[in-house]
Design a protein around this ligand. Structure first.
Ligand SMILES: [Zn+2]
Length: 340
C-alpha cells in the first residue's frame, strides 16, 4: 500500500513509548514495544504507512474529569502516589517534570488513542489503538502501571456521541483482571463485561469481580494449555454477544498471557494469541458489531513481534481493510474530536 493509500482506523503516536533514561529496564519490560509494533507493520510487512494512520489528540483535564475525580487528578502531582501506581520505586527519585514528560504524557497519548479508536470503530466498523488498555485504572484510583482509565473514558465518550449505542460489551483477555474498567461501570448496566484472567495473580479484586457479566473462569488446564482456553473463549464470547447484543465490542488484547511472562503466569503460545485475536475479531465482524482493540499488558521482548503478526493475520485472513465502512457513523450526535 502506498503513501497515498486510504486513511485507516488505526491509531498510533510516536509518543506512546516510555523511556526514562534507562530506568524503564528496572520494571523488566520492553517499553519500546509500541514503536516496534508500528515499525514492523509499516516497514517489514508494509501493511500501511504512517500517513494512513491517526494520531490522537491529547485529552484535556476536562476530558479526563468525565471519569476521574479532581482529587485523583491532583494526586498525580505527588511522587509517592505515582510510584505506587507505576510500581517502579525509582520514580520516587525522579523530578516530577521528568515523570510527567516521560511517563504520564505517553500514557495520556495512549488514553487519547483509545478514545479516538472507539469513535473510529463506530464510524468504520472496526479500529485499533496500537497502545492503551490501562484496565486497572478507575475514576479515583490508579494501580498496576495504569494511570488513566482509557477504556472508561472511551466508552463514556461513545455513549455521549453516539446515542444509538445502548450497550457495550467489554472483552478483557489480558492475563490480569480488568478491575478498573469493572469498577468504573459497577452501576451501569449498559456495559457488559467478559473477563478472562489468571485468578492467582494481581489484582484479585473481589469487589470488581461482581461486575463481570460473563465469567470465563480459567482453571489450571485453561491457564496452561491453549486448546481448552481457545475453545472456552469461543463458547463464552459467542454466548456473550448473543445475549448482550452489543452495539460496540471493546477488546482489551493484553499479551501477558504469552508463555514466559512472569507476571501473567499463563502459557499461551504465539500461535494461540494470534488465534485468540482472530476469534474475537471474526465473531464481531461476522455479527456486524463494531470492534475496537487496545493492546494493554505484555512487555516481554517478543510481544511486539507476536502483536504485529496477529494484526497481519487479521488484515489478511479477515480482509480487514476491505471491511472498512465509509459511512459517517450510526446515530452520531456530534463532530469527532473529543477535546473540544
Ligand atoms: Zn496484564
Amino acid at each position: 500500500m502506498s503513501a497515498a493509500g486510504p486513511k485507516l482506523p488505526i491509531v498510533d503516536s510516536p509518543k506512546y513509548n516510555i523511556s526514562v533514561f534507562g530506568l524503564e529496564k528496572l520494571h523488566s519490560f520492553d517499553s519500546k514495544k509500541y514503536g516496534r509494533i508500528f515499525s514492523h507493520l509499516t516497514t517489514v510487512s508494509k501493511l500501511f504507512t504512517h500517513s494512513q494512520t491517526h494520531t490522537p489528540p491529547t485529552p484535556t483535564r476536562n476530558d479526563l474529569l468525565k471519569i476521574h475525580t479532581p482529587a485523583y487528578m491532583d494526586s498525580l502531582n505527588d511522587r509517592m502516589v505515582l510510584t505506587r501506581i507505576l510500581e517502579v520505586p525509582v520514580v520516587a527519585m525522579l523530578p516530577m517534570f521528568v515523570s510527567r514528560s516521560r511517563i504520564l504524557e505517553p500514557m495520556l497519548a495512549g488514553t487519547g488513542g483509545t478514545i479516538l479508536a472507539a469513535e473510529l470503530a463506530m464510524k468504520h466498523g472496526w479500529a485499533m489503538n496500537l497502545g492503551g488498555g490501562y484496565h486497572h485504572a478507575s475514576g479515583n484510583q490508579g494501580s498496576g502501571f495504569c494511570v488513566y482509565a482509557d477504556w472508561a473514558l472511551a466508552i463514556t465518550n461513545v455513549f455521549e456521541k453516539f446515542p444509538a449505542v445502548k450497550r457495550v460489551l467489554y472483552v478483557d483477555l489480558d492475563a490480569h483482571q480488568g478491575n478498573g474498567v469493572a469498577r468504573s461501570f459497577m452501576e451501569d448496566d449498559r456495559v457488559h463485561i467478559l473477563d478472562a484472567y489468571n485468578p492467582h495473580i494481581f489484582p484479585a479484586d473481589t469487589y470488581a469481580k461482581t461486575a463481570i457479566t460473563y465469567a470465563m473462569s480459567l482453571s489450571t488446564a485453561t491457564l496452561k494449555t491453549p486448546t481448552p482456553y481457545l475453545s472456552l473463549l469461543r463458547t463464552t464470547l459467542s454466548h456473550a454477544i448473543e445475549s448482550s447484543k452489543p452495539d460496540l465490542i471493546c477488546y482489551n488484547a493484553g499479551t501477558d498471557c504469552l508463555e514466559g511472562d512472569r507476571l501473567g503466569a499463563m502459557m499461551l503460545t504465539d500461535e494461540a494469541v494470534v488465534e485468540r485475536d482472530e476469534i474475537v475479531w471474526r465473531m464481531a465482524l461476522e455479527k456486524g458489531v463494531p470492534v475496537v482493540m487496545a493492546l494493554s499488558g505484555g512487555y516481554q521482548m517478543n510481544n511486539a513481534g507476536v502483536i504485529a503478526r496477529s494484526i497481519e493475520n487479521l488484515v489478511q485472513k479477515l480482509g480487514l481493510f476491505d471491511r472498512m465502512r465509509h459511512d459517517s457513523g450510526i446515530g452520531e450526535s456530534a463532530d469527532s474530536g473529543f477535546n473540544g
